[in-house]
Write a new protein. Structure first.
Lengths: 284, 311
């Protein structure tokens, strides 16, 4: 019983102490695995074009990269504007339509309701490339290639079914009794929806709006196919940040921060809903 | 038909005379549902139908801006002897196995290490959502940068630990390139799956593991005999999600390898993209995309079936 390590308050066997140490190291390793790529990009954004090719952690930070990406020839400001426009429009169309449909699918009982549910879920498995081929040809014929509108239209193909599914869950979680009270007080269905149901589901609607925004903001595949130069969103805009030796990593890191930081901030606010949101929508 | 009671406080009414659904109006239903359904029909059903029709036509954009003649199933039979397509099927399969296995293993590992709610673990759990939110394009760039054989920080780290791997060109060989691409994706998925596993482990009754400990079971026995079987349903659904995402993965390949070296990282999805938007062969690309749809349909059947059972 007399352990040589018993100088502490409690006598803990050596093996279990070692296990404890290994566990803590493991947790620190996880934190490093999760954070390191983010930190490395953050550091890269402030390195000059020589330091970027070294692995040193301490260097003289510079803001040159941010200056460079916002001036000629990259002009990332344009891409930010297009990305914001496309993402906001996508949210502005997706959320009202999605919430209205989700409400009906949650509260109304009618023939074909379950089939409709299932169909909406299944559309999320449709690979984007199948959607892209006909729309590419349609937009070419309509002269819509390289416009923000083209992107908003195709983005609806995945944001709307996703939002309906996510929002239906939030409507389902709201007890029907709240609405019953409003009916008894003499409100009709629309008034009840407008003044009782929607305000109560508002947090869920915000979560759906944030997820929709993130998926539009981060989207790359459609943007690559449907834009040329005028409607380049951030994910395709940053492809131009390359020199004769390939990507200019220091400027790319700075641009990466611009793409990433708004999304990370939004994610932080809806972190409680993340797992739920992804399991509904990960099939995108 | 009793009128609603002019009640003092409606909250106190235990049961309304009418069922709530009787208040729900049929015309409002279609006014609310209609716009959403129309948009889904236009943005999903229309392209699906259009692709299907195009898949039976000969349509090379270089030759003609309008679709050519119907050629029956020629586009589909062409796939059977197309080395590029057959190669892409193989690449997709290898990629799927690598990324699904690694994500599950890593996700489980993270979950087991973080399952106790100590302050450090709770802090670590909050961080787990962030990688997933990062744009896939950035994931591709960041991992490509970190694994560059000349100046990549991860490449140097690996080289320092395992000297023979110093200067190894990670994106220059098929298997290692697929591993690197997979890792850029796993970095987002594994932490998220870990969160789901932690939730599931939390719902395992503590008595079960306590009793096993009293009976002298080791932690390894407890994991394999209690935790893992109880996690099986979650692992199953999560594996399906990952399989689907593996088949749809595009961004990182475009950023990290462009399908290369050669066509060794050209997945089916990337190949369809190449045929459609590089070779501009719309007929053949549509047929290939329908083969992809068929594969996704099989996988999604399993997923939907599980979801419905869960409901």
């Amino acid at each position: 019983m007399h352990s040589s390590l018993s100088s502490g308050k409690r006598r803990v066997p050596l093996a279990s102490r070692l296990a404890q140490l290994a566990e803590t190291l493991g947790v620190l390793l996880i934190i490093a695995f999760v954070l390191f790529p983010l930190i490395w990009m953050l550091l890269g954004a402030f390195k000059n074009q020589i330091d970027i090719y070294s692995v040193k952690l301490f260097f003289k930070p510079t803001l040159d990269n941010f200056r460079a990406i916002f001036s000629n020839p990259i002009l990332l400001g344009n891409n930010i504007w297009i990305s914001a426009l496309v993402s906001f429009l996508t949210v502005a169309i997706t959320i009202p339509l999605g919430a209205a449909a989700a409400y009906v699918l949650s509260r109304h009982r009618f023939k074909g309701r379950n089939t409709l549910f299932l169909l909406i879920l299944v559309t999320q498995f449709v690979p984007a490339v199948v959607v892209a081929i006909p729309f590419f040809n349609l937009f070419r014929a309509l002269n819509l290639i390289d416009t923000p509108w083209a992107l908003v239209i195709v983005y609806l193909s995945f944001t709307l079914p996703y939002a309906i599914w996510l929002l239906r869950g939030f409507f389902d979680a709201l007890p029907v009794e709240v609405e019953e009270a409003s009916y008894i007080d003499g409100c009709n269905e629309f008034q009840t929806l407008r003044f009782v149901t929607v305000p109560l589901v508002l947090p869920g609607i915000l979560v759906a709006a944030v997820f929709t925004f993130i998926s539009a903001w981060n989207e790359f595949f459609f943007a690559l196919i449907l834009t040329r130069s005028h409607a380049l969103t951030l994910p395709v805009g940053i492809l131009t940040i390359s020199g004769p030796r390939g990507p200019m990593w220091e400027q790319l890191s700075a641009a990466g921060m611009v793409v990433m930081v708004p999304i990370l901030v939004m994610s932080f606010f809806i972190r409680k809903y993340f797992v739920e949101g992804i399991t509904v929508g990960a099939v995108k | 038909m009793a009128l609603p009671q002019p009640s003092v406080s409606s909250v106190l009414v235990a049961r309304p005379v009418k069922k709530p659904r009787q208040y729900r109006s049929g015309s409002l239903r279609w006014m609310l549902l209609g716009p959403g359904l129309i948009v889904i029909a236009l943005t999903v059903i229309y392209p699906l139908a259009a692709s299907f029709i195009t898949s039976f036509r000969d349509w090379r954009l270089i030759d003609s801006p309008t679709p050519g003649p119907f050629v029956g199933a020629a586009n589909y039979t062409r796939a059977l002897t197309d080395a590029g397509f057959l190669n892409s099927l193989g690449v997709s399969a290898i990629y799927m196995v690598i990324s699904v296995c690694l994500t599950l293993l890593l996700g489980l590992g993270i979950a087991l290490l973080l399952q106790k709610p100590t302050p450090l673990n709770v802090f670590a759990r909050t961080l787990l959502i962030f990688p997933f939110a990062v744009a896939p394009v950035l994931k591709g760039f960041s991992w490509r940068f970190m694994l560059n054989n000349e100046y990549g920080v991860y490449a140097k780290l690996i080289g320092a630990i395992i000297p023979p791997l110093n200067d190894y060109v990670w994106l220059g060989h098929q298997l290692s390139a697929l591993f690197v691409i997979a890792f850029s994706e796993i970095w987002g998925w594994a932490p998220l799956f870990a969160l789901m596993f932690i939730g599931a482990i939390g719902s395992i009754p503590a008595e079960a593991t306590e009793a096993a400990k009293v009976d002298g079971a080791t932690s390894i026995q407890i994991f394999f005999k209690i935790t893992l079987p109880l996690l099986a349903p979650v692992i199953y659904i999560v594996a399906l999600l990952k399989i689907i995402s593996a088949f749809k993965m595009f961004d990182q390949i475009a950023i990290m390898t462009g399908g290369g070296p050669g066509d060794s990282t050209q997945t089916l999805y990337y190949y369809v993209y190449q045929v459609a938007f590089r070779n501009l062969d719309m007929g053949y690309a549509s047929a290939l995309s329908y083969i992809l749809v068929a594969i996704m349909a099989v996988i999604s059947t399993f997923y939907v079936r599980t979801l419905l059972k869960g409901d």
